[in-house]
Design a protein around this ligand. Structure first.
Ligand code: SF4
Length: 496
């Protein structure tokens, strides 16, 4: 949606800032030591990620503070199950990536050539921290495309967040150099590592990166005492097999620890891989059984509903401790000291009390002229981003609630918006019987809805743009432009 009173923004990559991890070579050439690509960049050119470049013989970053819309989600969105279960997080994603995975579900922002200025927001470190504080959020998640290529902004903002008592979560493929990891360690608390494959040849072919630096960086953050969880995407007919399960279990068990939570994640067709189907759930279940059989203690499935393979049980007595549905978690067998309520064994889970839970009201305030927008869960679309923008110079209240389900809490959650604030939040189906969500705003507030496909997906298209193929893969669909032969592929605009 275009807002008529907004001034046009400059191109997202129009501002260059000095970059860290620079090596200066002869003839004004620079080498970048952020990711293991170690791009050698001549003056006027950019690296593989297209967000780091050589300007006048110096390495610069082009995406400092350039982000998709800051979004409130839950920590389960990031494949983190053993740290602050159910916590609200503030997700920050940027532009560019040091990889180019054939199935990327954030390709509209990870592949810089496809980025549109309308999807890019500008933030300062202070603004990011202020959003989290204002909404009572205790965790900032550096996520979506990949935080590695946002290094300068992440390091600076994470330090500021830490000083404000906020925890930092780094959700990444972790294709990163050891020296860059060293700069993250003082400010990042949680690493959720997406290991695309344990097969070096597959890794190179599908991601255009290399596997071993990822494994080394994962070990590096684990040995540094950080909270680590790992996940792998089980791509239909490519990696959803016994071999992947065994390799993953061997890596976690031997190079990390059997206690490291491990997630096998269901794939959906996207980007250059739309010619296939979602991962059959029985293959995920089998992989989980294999990894548990090899000694891992906590193995979960991702992007899968109606299964107990997302629940947490006590390692000692088997008691149910956390139930999960989609991106929601309920603590049912853990006490305030993170001990099992059955046997008293410590769960190894870090608890983080919500700083300030949102206020709830039973009914919408009478006498206020509110318009209500509804969204029904359908097919595989069981999560939604709703974006609210307060167009007035006064604080305003917006409301959101869930619909359907026996015994469901039908009260409205209150979202307080500061003057002129734009805020985005996720609603994810929380029970099997839930049918949808409603959002209520007054005339000073604009709202847009965006269908979310699976976790850590940032949708750029409004739900009203259509539901083409909506139960299989998100809009916009990617299509190859055959007329351009070897030239870069182009995205297809969403249908009206
Ligand atoms: S971050 Fe990686 S891909 Fe980008 S310029 Fe540096 S080495 Fe190259």
């Amino acid at each position: 949606m275009t807002h008529p009173n907004q001034t046009p923004k400059p191109a997202w990559n129009s501002e260059a800032r000095p970059a860290r991890l620079e090596e200066r070579l002869d003839d004004d050439v620079v080498r970048c030591h952020l990711s293991p690509r170690n791009c050698r960049i001549r003056p006027g050119q950019h690296g593989f990620c297209r967000v780091r470049a050589n300007r006048d013989g110096r390495l610069v970053t082009l995406n400092y503070g350039r982000s998709v819309h800051a979004t409130e989600e839950t920590i389960e969105t990031e494949a983190v199950f053993h740290y602050a279960p159910g916590a609200r997080i503030l997700s920050m994603g940027n532009i560019g990536c040091m990889l180019n995975c054939d199935y990327c579900h954030n390709w509209k922002t990870s592949q810089a050539r496809y980025v549109e200025d309308k999807d890019v927001h500008h933030y300062t470190p202070r603004e990011v921290v202020d959003i989290a504080v204002r909404h009572g959020i205790r965790v900032i998640s550096w996520t979506y495309n990949d935080p590695v290529v946002w290094h300068e902004f992440v390091v600076e903002t994470a330090a500021l967040a830490r000083a404000a008592g906020i925890v930092n979560l780094y959700k990444s493929a972790l294709f990163i150099t050891a020296e860059a990891v060293e700069e993250l360690l003082p400010v990042i608390d949680i690493f959720s590592v997406s290991i695309k494959s344990l097969d070096p040849a597959y890794y190179r072919r599908i991601t255009k990166g290399r596997l071993e630096p990822v494994l080394e960086a994962t070990e590096q953050v684990f040995r540094a005492g950080k909270h680590v969880e790992v996940s792998t995407l089980m791509v239909t007919d490519l990696s959803d097999d016994e071999k992947t399960a065994r390799a993953m279990a061997a890596f976690v068990g031997e190079r990390l620890s059997p206690d490291v939570p491990t997630h096998f994640v269901r794939f959906h067709p996207d980007y250059k891989m739309t010619h296939t189907v979602r991962t059959p759930v029985d293959r995920l279940e089998k992989a989980r059984g294999t990894a548990l059989g090899m000694g891992l203690r906590h193995v979960y499935l991702g992007n899968v509903y109606d299964t107990d393979a997302t629940d947490t049980r006590c390692r000692a007595c088997g008691r149910l401790q956390i139930t999960r549905y989609g991106l929601n978690a309920d603590l049912v067998g853990i006490d305030a000291d993170a001990r099992c309520t059955g046997c008293g064994d410590h769960t190894g889970i870090t608890l983080l009390p919500d700083a300030r839970p949102r206020e709830r009201v039973r009914d919408l305030p009478p006498g206020q002229d509110l318009s209500v927008a509804g969204f029904d869960w359908h097919g595989d679309v069981r999560a939604l981003h709703f974006q609210l923008r307060n167009t007035s110079g006064a604080p305003v209240r917006a409301y959101a609630r869930r619909l359907g389900g026996a015994g469901a809490d039908r009260s409205w959650e209150v979202i307080d918006l500061a003057p002129h604030e734009s805020f985005r939040s996720i609603a994810a189906k929380s029970t099997p019987g839930e049918t949808g969500v409603q959002v209520a705003v007054d005339h000073t507030c604009e709202s847009t809805l965006h269908q979310v496909f699976d976790r850590a997906h940032f949708p750029t298209v409004e739900a009203t743009a259509g539901t083409l193929n909506a139960d299989v893969s998100p809009l916009p669909l990617f299509v190859r432009d055959a007329s351009r032969n070897s030239r870069p592929d182009t995205p297809r605009s969403p249908r009206p």
